[in-house]
Design a protein around this ligand. Structure first.
Ligand SMILES: NC(=O)c1ccc[n+]([C@@H]2O[C@H](COP(=O)([O-])OP(=O)(O)OC[C@H]3O[C@@H](n4cnc5c(N)ncnc54)[C@H](OP(=O)(O)O)[C@@H]3O)[C@@H](O)[C@H]2O)c1
Length: 360
C-alpha cells in the first residue's frame, strides 16, 4: 500500500473539515497544512478537526505562497469561494502540487482549459470534487444504464427524466438587514444557484446520460444579478446520448424554495425513482416501478456506509487512488466531464445576461 498523500487545504469552512475527515477515513491522504486568511482561523481549524490526532503535525499558514513551498505537500484541496478557485489552482500547480478543486470547478470554460494546460506542462493531476457521482448508489445506477443488455431487458428505452434539486437558503430569498450580502449570491464571487447547487444536477445528468446536443435555462434572477434558481432543459440525440437515444431531461434547481419531489427516469417498461437528501445528492433509495405496479423493486443500498461529514470518503478514496496509481485515463474521463459541464453552464448563464467578475 502506498504512503498517504500529503494534503494541504485552502478554505476553512465546514466543507474543508468534511473533506479532511473523509480523506483520513479513506487512508489515502494525511493533512499537513492549512491556509486561512488569518492564522488563528487556520489553527482553530486544525484543533477542531477530530481526525487530526496530533495537531502539532499540521502547519497553519496565513501566507499561501509560503504554504505551497512545503515539500511534504503532494495535493492541495481548494475550497475557497468559487471565484478564487482558478487563481488558487494556478498557484498550486505552479508550485508543483496536484489539485482537487471543489465544485463548481471555476467560473468559465477558459479557466478550466487554463488549469488543464498548466497541469499538463507540469505532469500534475487536476480533479473537480464531484461527490455525488462517486457514491456507490449513483455508480450502481450508472452501471445499470450503461450495460446495454441489462438496460434494454429491464427498463427498455429511455424516454426522458426529471431531476429535482431545490434547497431553501434565506441568503437568496431576502437582502440582509446589514446590507452585507453572502459570497454565494454575489457575481464577484461567481455565485448564484447554478454555480451553487444547479451544477450538481448538470453533473448528475451529464455523468448518467452523456453530454447533450444542446441545453437551455430559464432562471429567476435575484436582486444581486445572479440566479436564485430556474428550469433547465437538456436535449439528447442518438449521436449525443450515451445510450444512443433521443430524449429530453428536465431539471429544476432552486435556492428560493424546497423541492420534495424525487428524481425520476422514465423508461419504456416503467419508472426509476430516486430519493435522497435533495434527491440526487446522497441517494438513499433507487427503485424501479414497472408499469401497472404500485410497488417498486429496490435497486440501491438504503444504508450507505458513510454519512454526514464522512460522506466525501468515496470521492477521497477514488481521487487518492487516481493520483497514487497515476491513472491518467480515469483523470481524463473526469476532466472531459468537468469541461463539458462548465461549457454548458457558462452558456446557460451568459445567455441569461448573468456575468461574473472573471468574465470581464
Ligand atoms: N461538495 C460539497 O458538498 C460542497 C458543500 C459546500 C460547499 N462546497 C464548495 O466549497 C467552496 C467553498 O464554499 P463555502 O460555502 O465554504 O464558501 P465561503 O464560506 O464563502 O468561503 C470558503 C472559505 O474561503 C475563505 N473566504 C471567505 N470569503 C473570502 C473572501 N472574500 N476572500 C478570500 N477568501 C475568502 C474563508 O476561509 P478563511 O477565512 O479561512 O480564509 C472561507 O472559510 C465552494 O466552491 C462551494 O461550492 C462544496
Amino acid at each position: 500500500m502506498s504512503a498517504p498523500l500529503g494534503l494541504a487545504v485552502i478554505g476553512t469552512n465546514w466543507i474543508s473539515n468534511s473533506f479532511v475527515q473523509s480523506s483520513h477515513e479513506s487512508t489515502k491522504f494525511q493533512l499537513k497544512a492549512v491556509y486561512s486568511r488569518t492564522i488563528d482561523t487556520a489553527r482553530k481549524f486544525i484543533s477542531q478537526t477530530p481526525s487530526v490526532e496530533d495537531a502539532s503535525s499540521v502547519k497553519a499558514f496565513d501566507n499561501l505562497d509560503e504554504m505551497l513551498t512545503g515539500s511534504d505537500i503532494d495535493v492541495v484541496y481548494i475550497a475557497s469561494p468559487n471565484s478564487f478557485h482558478y487563481e488558487h489552482g494556478i498557484k498550486s500547480l505552479t508550485a508543483g502540487k496536484h489539485i482537487i478543486v471543489e465544485k463548481p470547478f471555476v467560473s468559465n470554460a477558459d479557466e478550466v482549459r487554463g488549469l488543464y494546460k498548466l497541469a499538463d506542462t507540469k505532469g500534475l493531476f487536476v480533479i473537480e470534487a464531484w461527490r455525488h457521482i462517486q457514491e456507490p448508489n449513483f455508480l450502481k445506477l450508472q452501471s445499470l444504464l450503461d450495460n446495454k443488455k441489462q438496460r434494454e431487458d429491464k427498463f427498455g428505452k429511455i424516454y426522458g427524466a426529471h431531476v429535482s434539486l431545490a434547497v431553501y437558503n434565506p441568503e437568496y430569498a431576502k437582502a440582509p438587514e446589514d446590507g452585507k450580502e453572502a459570497n454565494v449570491v454575489l457575481p464577484k464571487f461567481s455565485g448564484g444557484c447554478l454555480w451553487d447547487v444547479g451544477c450538481y444536477s448538470v453533473a448528475f445528468i451529464f455523468a448518467l446520460f452523456g453530454t447533450p446536443a444542446r441545453q437551455s435555462y430559464l432562471p429567476i434572477v435575484i436582486r444581486t444579478g445572479v440566479d436564485g434558481g430556474g428550469n433547465m432543459i437538456f436535449h439528447y440525440t442518438e449521436e449525443t446520448s450515451k445510450h444512443k437515444q433521443k430524449f429530453v431531461v428536465h431539471a429544476q434547481s432552486s435556492k428560493l424554495y424546497v423541492s420534495h419531489a424525487p428524481t425520476e427516469i422514465y423508461c419504456e417498461k416503467g419508472t426509476i425513482r430516486i430519493n435522497g437528501v435533495s434527491s440526487i445528492t446522497e441517494i438513499n433509495t433507487i427503485e424501479f416501478i414497472p408499469h401497472g405496479s404500485s410497488t417498486g423493486e429496490e435497486l440501491a443500498n438504503t444504508k450507505p456506509e458513510y454519512s454526514d461529514l464522512l460522506n466525501l470518503t468515496w470521492e477521497a478514496r477514488e481521487f487518492g487512488r487516481i493520483i497514487q496509481e497515476g491513472d491518467k485515463k480515469a483523470e481524463a474521463r473526469l476532466r472531459d466531464l468537468s469541461l463539458d459541464i462548465l461549457i454548458a453552464m457558462e452558456e446557460m448563464r451568459k445567455s441569461n445576461g448573468i456575468f461574473f467578475g472573471s468574465d470581464r
